[in-house]
Design a protein around this ligand. Structure first.
Ligand code: NAD
Length: 377
């Protein structure tokens, strides 16, 4: 099948997530990277293009130049989809330009800086009938998809509590002056990151994972955020109480300063009949707990799994797959949508998930600013 011609904004030499996007797009084998604006510095962008074997004619020095250049190509040679993997502050600006000019998008989270911008993108996607995938990467794991299916089938009974946690530690050494990391530190700058560091960067993944696996919407939040050290303007840590309905509550705990923690995202959904627990650092195990039975472990590549979970694991059972394959599953679903093939709900997070994420981040920041009060999402 003809490959989908893809562009990338950001993701040049030394960047973090752009490389994962490229690997994922190759794993699913539906895309061909043809050009982009790979770095804020044009010389570095060209250095990257040469290294990747990308034609310098399609290594542009700005998004405007890229759009102008690509629109000159006949449709079957033109870039069809663009992956935006820059810091947060550029997502809306670039996404709007691409959507206005008929390009499909894969965009990193958080989708925008404000809720207004997010709603605007949602409208544009619908109006221009384009595909917009938001890379909440963890929804691509087979066992997360299995969890979603089991909850939708009512296996847990009535859900009584939801508990998600996302702990990292890498910013701890930055604020205490003992770390040497240079990339990604823009997350502490409100002009680049937006209204939040911890909740905007990782708390929002935990929020998305809750809504993705349970199909429920968080209605209200009460947050207690912490910037941890004098001179830090954004939150680096916090706890958020969640209300779904009168009888269902939950919590998100998230931090970027838990020394020694790596990428400790986990979720537990407790029901009247049983419970499910999943953790990102061991993503191929989904645990089902009962009051009166031994714990069951679900694993990928077994016939007992849901079809979407099964399709998301390419090797036979016992061959561990991980983060690149999870992101590749999102890229695969996105390709189906771009090609106007049939796809199932949940194959990739959409612009609507982006709107939900922005509403969550702003509700959390407002709740904290008003003195830790219940705030509608
Ligand atoms: N889905 C996930 O799990 C996940 C993981 C990490 C990061 N992210 C998100 O991905 C985005 C990028 O994060 P990162 O850690 O890779 O950042 P990074 O700092 O490592 O890389 C950013 C890249 O964007 C380039 N860039 C910056 N401004 C640009 C501009 N105006 N034009 C073109 N290129 C520009 C930089 O030169 C660099 O190549 C963020 O929005 C972040 O929240 C998501």
């Amino acid at each position: 099948m003809k490959k989908i011609k893809m562009g990338m904004i950001g993701g040049g030499i030394g960047a973090f997530i752009g490389d994962a996007h490229r690997r994922a797009s190759r794993i699913c084998n539906d895309y061909e990277l043809v050009g982009g604006v790979f770095d804020i510095n044009y010389a570095k962008s060209m250095e990257f293009a040469v290294k990747e074997g990308i034609s310098l004619a399609r290594c542009y020095n700005s998004v405007d130049a890229l759009i102008k250049g690509e629109l000159k190509f006949p449709k079957n040679e033109r870039m069809e989809v663009v992956a935006i993997v820059t810091p947060n502050a550029y997502h809306y600006l670039f996404a709007k330009k691409f959507l206005d000019n008929g390009f499909h998008l894969v965009c990193e989270k958080p989708m925008t800086i404000t809720v207004k911008e997010a709603l605007e993108l949602e409208k544009l996607v619908a109006k221009n009938k384009l595909t917009f995938a938001l890379t909440h990467t963890y929804t691509g794991y087979p066992m997360v998809r299995q969890m979603r299916d089991m909850i939708a089938k009512g296996v847990l009974g009535t859900i009584q509590r939801i508990d998600a946690q996302y702990y990292q530690g890498w910013i701890n050494s930055i604020i205490h002056g003992t770390g040497s990391r240079i990339t990604g530190v823009w997350r502490l700058d409100p002009k680049m990151a937006g209204a939040s560091s911890c909740m905007g960067d990782i708390g929002v993944h935990a929020f998305n994972l809750i809504e993705y696996t349970t199909g429920l919407e968080v209605k209200e939040v009460l947050s207690d955020l912490n910037s941890v050290k004098d001179g830090v303007t954004l939150d680096l840590d916090g706890t958020i109480l969640l209300r779904f309905n009168k009888m269902l509550k939950g919590v998100i705990r998230s931090s970027q300063v838990c020394a020694g923690e790596e990428n400790n995202l986990s979720i537990a959904v407790y029901g009247s009949k049983a419970s499910l627990k999943w953790s990102q650092e061991n993503p191929n195990y989904l645990y089902m707990l009962h009051d009166s039975e031994p714990t069951k472990v679900f694993k990928p590549a077994h016939g007992y799994n849901d079809k979407l979970a099964e399709e998301g694991h390419t090797m036979p059972a016992g061959h561990p797959e991980g983060i690149y394959e999870a992101l590749a599953n999102i890229y695969r679903g996105t390709a189906k949508s771009i090609r106007k093939e049939k796809f199932k709900p949940g194959e990739f997070p959409t612009v609507h998930d982006g709107v939900r994420g922005m509403k969550f981040i702003h509700a959390v920041v407002n709740s904290n600013a008003k003195g830790n009060v219940w705030t509608k999402v």
